[in-house]
Design a protein around this ligand. Structure first.
Ligand code: PLP
Length: 391
């Protein structure tokens, strides 16, 4: 009785393992969790205070669908100041996290059978959203030896008459790769030549440890005009539960997305938007983000160093985000799959990791280092000891 679209929706492979980890934790078992896709820092007090103030002042009613004007203005300033791209507030739409923003973009541009290029490994949600909307996700496999970074030549091989868009996510979830700026430019040129939209998911912008973050929309006016720049407050300000994300794009597309927003979520929680506004305006915000980044970098270095001590595991050193994505194929093959390996590590080692197959990369494991240094040291040691049983 359900729709065909919903029937083909894949259940999240990561859920099984997370649910099992939660069940064990509830029973009092000491589990080290590497599954979290969110910073372990608290939302800054100044953000919470601005939200509470708005709430107490009665900012509790419907707001404009595209977002409160002050927030869209502050976002236009941020995009100009930090990303070097000029957007008018009317070219910005605020929706319920980057996830909903992406869904609305796909809904705006896809017809049945349209193809969307996904650089693999990719974030789990992209293919599911694309399929739900009648599109066809096309995987473009990236090589670890090339730093999980794409080249224009590789992307060109996968373009067909049906290609509508490419999704870029740098810094990347799950690999932590930061794509080469030069290649990004060449890919953007290729998109221009072939009439393909560029969707740039910049959620991890704040966490780049080597290289420099760059927004493709800043390359040229022409590239800006085919780009959807997607971002959120979720990771940068540790506001995952607030559900505030946004897209910046030419006004003709922004209008459609705002319309879709008005017919689906109506608007992002009004007082939450005032909290987000404070995150952009408060002078302490820079220091808050910079402290978090320094801590993540320290943890990345330690996690990398410790993972290297596990025999038969290949470790790619991430350049950004807060994930590390080592190749555990040697052990995954012994057990049959990476999902089986995560189950084994959970049951035998009391460590929760996410299988790489959820991101299109069988044999890998994703570990989030958005957890304490103590957990990182304890958890990786547990992995090492547990895998000794398989060696
Ligand atoms: N894009 C990527 C690459 C992500 O990793 C995530 C969250 O894990 C999101 C988007 C979703 O962000 P939000 O919580 O703002 O919806």
């Amino acid at each position: 009785m359900l729709s065909r679209r919903v029937a083909q929706l894949e259940p999240s492979a990561t859920l099984t393992i997370t649910a099992k980890a939660k069940e064990l934790k509830a029973k009092g078992v000491d589990i080290v969790g590497f599954g979290a896709g969110e910073p372990d820092f608290d939302t800054p007090d100044f953000v919470k205070e601005a939200c509470t103030k708005a709430l107490m002042e009665g900012k509790t009613k419907y707001a404009p669908s595209a977002g409160i004007p002050e927030l869209r203005e502050a976002l236009a300033e941020k995009l100009y100041r930090e990303n070097g791209v000029e957007y008018k507030p009317s070219e910005i739409v605020v929706s319920a996290g980057a996830k909903m923003v992406l869904f609305l973009i796909f809904m705006s541009i896809l017809n049945d059978g349209d193809e969307v290029l996904l650089l693999s490994p990719y974030w789990v949600t992209y293919p599911e959203q694309i399929k739900l909307l009648g599109g066809v996700p096309i995987e473009v496999p990236l090589k670890e030896e090339e730093g999980f970074s794409p080249t224009a030549e590789l992307v060109a091989e996968y373009i067909t008459d049906k290609t509508k868009a490419i999704v870029l996510n740098s810094p990347n979830n799950p690999t932590g790769a930061v794509y080469s700026q030069e290649e990004l430019k060449r890919i953007a040129e290729l998109c221009l030549e072939r009439g393909i939209f560029l969707i740039s998911d910049e959620c991890y912008e704040a966490f780049v440890y080597e290289d420099k973050f760059v927004s493709p929309a800043s390359f040229s006016k022409e590239v800006r005009d085919i780009t959807f720049t997607v971002n959120a407050f979720s990771k940068t300000y540790s506001m995952t539960g607030w559900r505030v994300g946004y897209v910046a794009c030419p006004e003709k597309y922004a209008k459609v997305i705002a319309n879709l927003n008005s017919q689906t979520v109506s608007n992002v929680t009004t007082f939450a938007q005032y909290g987000a506004l404070e995150a952009l305006r408060n002078p302490e915000a820079k220091e808050y983000v910079s402290r978090m980044k320094t801590e993540f970098q320290r943890r990345r270095d330690r996690a990398y160093e410790l993972l290297l001590t596990i025999p038969e595991v290949k470790v790619f050193k991430p350049k950004g985000a807060f994930y590390i994505f080592p190749d555990f194929s040697f052990y995954a093959e012994k057990l049959g799959s990476d999902l089986k390996l995560t189950q084994f590590l959970l049951e035998e080692g009391k460590v929760a990791c996410v299988p790489g197959s959820a991101f299109g990369a069988q044999g890998y494991l994703r570990l989030s280092y958005a957890t304490s240094m103590n957990n990182i040291e304890k958890g990786i040691e547990r992995i090492r000891e547990t895998l000794e049983k398989l060696a």
